[in-house]
Design a protein around this ligand. Structure first.
Ligand code: IVH
Length: 711
């Protein structure tokens, strides 16, 4: 993608631009050059961060460049280009999606289920082409949502879903939010004026986990699996919501490429003799592909036996791969042979998908239970005849919500398909209808809360039924569990099961009850001794001096998680102050939209919530911002500032930042007297030089930094 010389230039340019004062917007002429430089630099850092997963500048520097570009474009709107990185998120709502025809139909793939199927297919290919030896290119079959993206004169002009293969939904605005999909790509350098690239939109398994953890912490429903989440996100009406899902696009094919003379480029250009050339070209143009680098040939094979061995290797390590894959796709590499083989109405004859054994099993649905979440959301849970799915015994599975049950027509007594993907909660993917005997019973969604019997309500436009009784025992129990959890007040020794037990024994009725537990009674409980009671007392006592952002998480304001509470803690002195804040004032803060603002206002308008805060305060729980919250958390790096420079070998910049912050320190963006430690990776440059001139800065290697954390 980038040559060494270019990289050096872009890195120097980055440092130069960081020296600019972004509040000083230059006059048009100078601004034209600077805007172009900023765009090039941001595009480069996007590529490093999203495609190569190897960012080299701190987020704060990146944000600085981004804001600077935005400010220039606001002052000089004539400089705005549609491929500017500031233009990824469309403003406001997308209209209903319009249908667009694909330039050529998006066919599906023929399927193989065993090595023998692949050997048979290889025979057919050889027969049809009359070749003795076939070269194959092999890649993972990404399990996400397919897209087709069109570039004209190097600009992204359209993005669409697969739809029925002939026509799909125009989701251009949403596609533009995906950072791994370039808004412009230099196809013209290769004599191509129009290209349609195809790929799969996916979510990294870790990102998916984080999204669900955040949703759980904020009382939202969990997403079923990465594939559904990716597909659902692509059809979101609000582009900024798409961005929150952190989608990535793997491009696996050039569907169509038209040369300047109007002819098809595939197979006709030196750079495009075969599929592998296409992948290399895509890589060079900045797309995310399955290739490791521009020269990667590990996926090209001269015979089917090697293909089979390679597929087996992938099957073994599939769980370690960071994205969900459900098989491998094998393609005849040579474009001339592809053309010769052609396609049936359904699939090309030059490719086949080897499906991995599904992580699914069938079993019987015994009954449906209803769980009440801390915000009152009711989740139906399938109780199953225990079944082993890919190595785990499963007897419960999520049914998501009432609409899901209706849509799949799931009935009690049905044989159902249980699916499990990665770390995801197992769920019911469907029903085996042919096994129906006629005595299956429809699932009757309850009208009343299974815990407190209050009438359930379903707000207009939502899929979830809720119990709105704030005193509902099941909700109270969940709220206590949330309050003590690791991400909130972190009361060790008072885990979920213990909370449940205390509630069941009548020892704990509400959050404030944590601070007036009757320890004598606890001592009498089975398995509790002096020592465990002492430990419990100590950790409850310690929770009283947690920073207020943790208290605010613990209070469980809807959709308000760690980043919002940390930000709030920065602008208030005392939690109670928030009762005087209105939605408008809240929305002036970064990252707070109308919905979150309304949730915060609602929470602090509610008398019961204010009483809870007052009671907690009376028990000695800290409600005031700590002078420096980091001081009390006792982080090893409390009040220390860090800067990372050069090419880091031991950890990424993001990880480094997290390590510093988790230990109470702060990462800053430039070398000055305010800096305590400069951590240097390989090839450190100007920052290191400057730091050497300031006596108070300690220079550390990566290893020394790690040792400092450990020691
Ligand atoms: S090639 C003519 N390569 O699998 C079709 N498809 O059953 C050529 N898919 O929905 C498709 N990873 O989106 C190809 N590496 C890969 C793929 C891949 C996932 C999807 C594709 C389509 C489905 C085809």
């Amino acid at each position: 993608m980038y040559e060494n010389k270019q990289i050096q230039n872009l890195q120097n340019l980055t440092q130069t631009l960081l020296q600019h004062n972004k509040a000083d917007i230059p006059k048009l002429e100078a601004a034209t050059t600077i805007a172009a430089e900023l765009r090039a630099v941001i595009q480069y850092h996007d590529w490093l961060y999203y495609v190569k997963a190897a960012s080299i500048i701190p987020d704060i520097d990146y944000d600085y460049l981004f804001d600077y570009l935005k400010a220039i474009e606001e002052t000089h709107p004539e400089l705005l280009t549609s491929d500017s990185p500031t233009q990824r998120v469309a403003q406001g709502l997308s209209d209903d999606f319009t249908t667009v025809s694909h330039l050529i139909p998006m066919l599906s793939l023929a399927k193989a289920y065993s090595s023998q199927d692949l050997l048979d297919w290889d025979e057919t290919v050889k027969k049809l082409t009359q070749e003795e030896q076939i070269e194959y290119s092999v890649e993972p079959k990404f399990d996400g949502a397919s897209i087709a993206v069109v570039y004209e004169n190097d600009q992204l002009v359209r993005g669409a879903t697969r739809g029925n293969g002939v026509a799909g939904d125009d989701i251009t605005n949403n596609i533009r939010t995906i950072p791994t999909i370039p808004l412009s790509a230099a196809f013209s350098k290769y004599g191509i004026i129009r290209a349609e690239v195809r790929g799969e939109v996916v979510i990294h398994k870790e990102r998916f986990k984080e999204i669900n953890e955040k949703r759980a912490a904020e009382g939202e429903d969990l997403l079923a699996n990465p594939r559904n989440s990716a597909a659902g996100a692509l059809r979101q009406k609000k582009s900024h919501k798409v961005m929150e899902r952190k989608l990535e696009g793997f491009i696996y094919q050039i569907g169509l490429a038209t040369k300047t003379d109007g002819l098809d480029a595939l197979g006709r250009l030196d750079d495009l003799r075969n599929h592998d050339d296409s992948m290399k070209l895509l890589y060079k143009l900045g797309f995310k592909t399955a290739l490791k680098d521009e020269k990667d040939t590990s996926h090209v094979f001269q015979n089917i036996e090697d293909v089979v061995a390679y597929c087996n290797e992938w099957n073994e390590k599939r769980d370690d791969y960071p994205y969900e894959i459900d098989g491998m796709v094998i393609k005849v590499n040579d474009y001339k042979l592809q053309g010769q083989l052609g396609a049936t109405g359904h699939h090309p004859r030059w490719a086949i998908a080897l499906k991995f054994e599904a992580k699914a099993a069938t079993t019987k649905l015994l009954t449906v239970d209803y769980q009440v979440g801390r915000t009152g959301a009711i989740t139906p849970v399938a109780k199953l005849e225990t079944v082993n799915v890919a190595g785990a015994n499963i007897s419960n599975a999520s049914l998501h919500n009432e609409d899901y049950i209706k849509e799949k027509d799931i009935r009690i007594g049905d044989t159902v398909i249980v699916q499990r993907a990665g770390d995801v909660i197992p769920y019911i993917a469907g029903v085996v209808e042919k096994d129906r005997k006629g005595n299956e019973q429809p699932v009757e969604f309850p009208e009343n809360c299974p815990s407190c019997a209050a009438k359930l309500v379903k707000p207009e436009g939502e899929a979830v039924w809720r119990c709105v009784n704030i005193d509902c025992p099941a909700q109270v129990e969940e709220r206590i569990i949330h309050y003590v959890s690791k991400s909130a007040m972190d009361i060790r020794g008072l885990g979920k099961d213990i909370v449940k037990r205390f509630v069941a024994e009548g020892l704990l009725q509400n959050i404030e009850g944590i601070y007036e537990l009757d320890y004598d009674k606890i001592l009498q409980l089975d398995k509790w001794g002096e020592r465990s009671v002492e430990n419990l007392k100590t950790s409850i006592e310690a929770s009283k001096s947690q920073p207020i952002y943790r208290l605010m998480i613990g209070l469980g304001i809807r959709e308000v998680g760690r980043s919002t509470t940390r930000m709030l803690a920065g602008v208030i002195n005392e939690v109670e102050e928030l009762k005087d804040w209105d939605a408008q004032k809240l929305q002036e803060l970064p990252d707070i939209g109308p919905k979150v603002a309304a949730n915060i206002v609602d929470f602090f308008q509610n008398e019961q919530n204010l009483e809870l805060i007052a009671k907690l305060k009376a028990f000695g729980v800290n409600t005031k911002k700590l002078e420096t919250e980091v001081k009390v958390t006792g982080g090893k790096l409390a009040e220390k500032t860090f800067l990372f420079t050069g090419s880091l070998q031991q950890f990424t910049r993001n990880d480094a930042k997290k390590m510093v912050e988790d230990n109470g320190g702060k990462v800053i963006s430039s070398v000055s007297k305010k800096l305590d430690y400069l951590v240097v990776g390989e090839k450190a440059g100007s920052k290191l030089k400057k730091a050497q001139t300031i006596d108070t800065i300690t220079i550390l290697t990566e290893e020394e930094f790690l040792a400092m954390l450990e020691g």
